[in-house]
Unconditional design. Structure first.
Length: 70
């Protein structure tokens, strides 16, 4: 718990914003082809789409906040 509190201080100092959406990649070796590229499942692709959509929503407001603070 103390580690979490310390990390929270660092994150807030850096003005980082949490994005709850993410991509879960279970059993990574099963999804890596012989050529070393990742072959995502439908669930992984949906998670990536959700995460990128959330990042796109946050881009404009965060850019405005950064510009106002500069």
């Amino acid at each position: 718990m103390a580690g979490t509190q310390r990390l929270r201080q660092v994150v807030s100092t850096l003005k980082m914003v949490p994005v709850l959406e993410g991509v879960i990649i279970p059993f990574v070796p099963q999804h890596v082809g012989e050529d070393g590229t990742l072959r995502p499942s439908d669930v992984m692709a949906a998670g990536a789409d959700a995460m990128l959509a959330e990042l796109a929503k946050l881009t404009r407001p965060l850019r405005a906040m950064r510009m106002a603070g500069a």
